[in-house]
Design a protein around this ligand. Structure first.
Ligand code: LLP
Length: 422
C-alpha cells in the first residue's frame, strides 16, 4: 500500500525526499511547494474577468516573507490586521494602495500607525468609526458590515451573524452615515467576512448580495465615492484528500459572483474595485508539515504514535478538532498490516493529539510523518509553548530544489526579550 498518495502524486518534495529534508533542515519542518502556491493564486485571480475584480490575500493565514513576495508577483494585493502584518506586507514590497487595513478593536496607537502609512482603514464598530473620525477628520474610511449570514468550519471562526463580535449591523447604517458626516469622512470602502471555510458557493454569494443590496441604499453622493467593495474570504479546501473530498467549485463560484457584480455595477454606475479576501485557499495546500516518530506505545486501549509535532507547531487539531490527512514515509518497508494509530505530539498535555485512529503501517522511531494542508494557520499560529522553538520553513521551488525560507528558532531566540540575563 502507498501511505503517501497525495505527496507522491503531486511530486510535492521535488528533487528531495522527506528523509533528505529532515537530514538537512531538521524536524519539525514546514515544507512549501511554490508550484502549488502559484497555481492557487491563479485560480483565484481567474474567478472573474470583471475589470475591477481583485484578490486580497489575507496575511493572517501565513506571513512568511518569501511567500508574500511570490503572492505579490502573482498579482494579489494584501490585507493587514495588526502593525506586525503591516510591517511584513511593507517588507514584501506592497505599497499603501495595495494594502487594506482590516482589523478590529484597535488601540488609538495602532490606528494612528495605520493612518500614518496612508492606508484605507476598515472599522467594524461605531466606536472605532468615532475614533477614526477623531484621528483622521476629513479622511477616508472603510466600514465592515455584518451581513447576518455566517459560515465556518467551527463556531470559533464564524464571523457574521448576531453571535459574533464582528461588523456593524446593517440597521446601524444611519448611525454610520451620521458619523461619516460629523467627521467629514469619505466612505471609500465597505467590507465583510462571513467566516472561514465554505465548500459550496451559495452562502458566500448570498452574503455578497446582502452587501451589495446595502450599498444600493447608500445616498447617491456617498455611493459615488465608494471605490472598494470587499466580500471577504472563507474559500475552503478539501482536507479529506484521501477520501477524494470534492474541491470547491471555483467555476460555479466565479460565474455567480461575476454575474452579480457585473449587473450591480451596471445598475449603479459603479466603476470601483470588487475584492475577495481568501487566506486559506491561497496557502493551505502549498505546505505540509514534516515530523518524525519519536516513540510508539500501546497503553492497553490505544496505540500511540508519538512524534515531534506538538500543538505548539500545528494548533488546528487541538483548537478546532480540525482534520488533517497524515502520510508516512517509513525508512524501511514496514513489516505487518496497517492498524489504527493515534498520532500525538511532544507537549505536556494529554490533549496534544494530531490525529486519531488513522490506519497506518507499523512505524518505528525515526520514520517520517507528513501532515497535509498545513500552509494556512499552521506556522502563523505556532507558539513556543513548553519553550519549544518554532520550526524552520523550506520552499521547494519550481525547479524542485529546496531552499530555507525561515530558519529554525534557537535557544537564544527564547531569551531575546528578557532584560535580566546576566
Ligand atoms: N478576512 C478577514 C477579515 C478574516 O478575519 C479572515 C480570517 C480572512 C479574510 C481569511 O479567511 P480564510 O479565507 O482564510 O478562511 N485559524 C482558523 C481560521 C481563522 C480565520 C480568521 N479570519 C483556522 O485555522 O481554520
Amino acid at each position: 500500500m502507498n501511505f503517501a498518495p497525495y505527496t507522491q502524486a503531486e511530486h510535492f518534495f521535488g528533487h528531495n525526499t522527506p528523509h533528505r529534508l529532515a537530514e538537512e533542515f531538521g524536524t519539525p519542518l514546514y515544507v512549501y511547494n511554490e508550484q502549488i502556491l502559484r497555481q492557487r493564486c491563479r485560480e483565484l485571480l481567474n474567478l472573474s474577468d470583471h475589470p475591477g475584480f481583485g484578490v486580497n490575500y489575507s496575511v493572517k493565514a501565513n506571513a512568511n516573507l518569501t511567500l508574500l513576495k511570490i503572492i505579490k508577483e502573482e498579482g494579489l494585493v494584501v490585507d493587514a490586521m495588526s502593525p506586525g502584518e503591516l510591517y511584513l506586507d511593507t517588507l514584501a514590497g506592497y505599497t499603501p494602495d495595495e494594502i487594506l487595513y482590516i482589523s478590529n478593536n484597535n488601540t488609538p496607537d495602532e490606528m494612528i500607525n495605520a493612518l500614518a502609512q496612508n492606508l484605507l482603514v476598515s472599522v467594524d464598530s461605531l466606536d472605532q468609526l468615532d475614533l477614526l473620525g477623531q484621528l483622521a477628520t476629513g479622511g477616508r474610511v472603510m466600514v465592515r458590515f455584518n451581513p447576518g449570514i455566517g459560515q465556518g468550519h467551527s463556531e470559533k471562526v464564524i464571523t457574521a451573524g448576531k453571535k459574533t463580535k464582528f461588523g456593524i449591523l446593517p440597521e446601524d447604517l444611519p448611525k454610520v452615515l451620521d458619523l461619516v458626516k460629523k467627521y467629514d469622512l469619505t466612505l471609500a470602502g465597505v467590507n465583510q467576512h462571513i467566516g472561514s471555510l465554505f465548500m459550496e458557493p451559495t452562502g458566500y454569494v448570498s452574503a455578497a448580495k446582502v452587501l451589495l443590496d446595502l450599498c444600493a441604499t447608500l445616498p447617491k453622493n456617498i455611493l459615488a465615492n465608494l471605490t472598494v467593495i470587499d466580500f471577504g474570504g472563507g474559500f475552503g479546501i478539501p482536507y479529506h484528500k484521501h477520501d477524494g473530498e470534492a474541491r470547491l467549485d471555483m467555476q460555479a463560484l466565479g460565474h455567480s459572483l461575476t454575474e452579480l457584480i457585473k449587473d450591480w455595477s451596471a445598475a449603479y454606475n459603479y466603476t470601483g474595485r470588487f475584492l475577495v479576501e481568501p487566506g486559506r485557499y491561497v496557502v493551505a495546500e502549498s505546505s505540509v508539515l514534516l515530523g518524525q516518530v519519536c516513540a510508539t506505545k500501546f497503553n492497553g486501549l490505544t496505540h500511540f504514535t508519538g512524534t515531534d509535532l506538538g500543538f505548539n507547531v500545528l494548533m488546528r487539531p487541538v483548537l478546532y478538532d480540525s482534520y488533517h490527512e497524515i502520510e508516512v514515509y517509513p525508512r524501511v518497508e514496514p513489516s505487518g498490516e496497517p492498524f489504527p494509530q493515534t498520532i500525538t505530539g511532544n507537549i505536556c498535555e494529554s490533549g496534544d493529539i494530531l490525529a486519531r485512529d488513522r490506519l497506518l503501517p507499523p512505524l518505528t522511531r525515526g520514520d517520517f510523518v507528513v501532515v497535509l494542508d498545513t500552509g494556512a494557520y499552521g506556522f502563523s499560529m505556532a507558539s513556543t509553548y513548553n519553550q519549544r522553538q518554532r520550526p524552520a520553513e523550506v520552499l521547494i521551488n519550481t525547479d524542485g530544489q529546496a531552499k530555507l525560507i525561515r530558519r529554525r528558532e534557537s535557544l537564544t531566540d527564547l531569551t531575546a526579550c528578557f532584560n535580566n540575563l546576566e
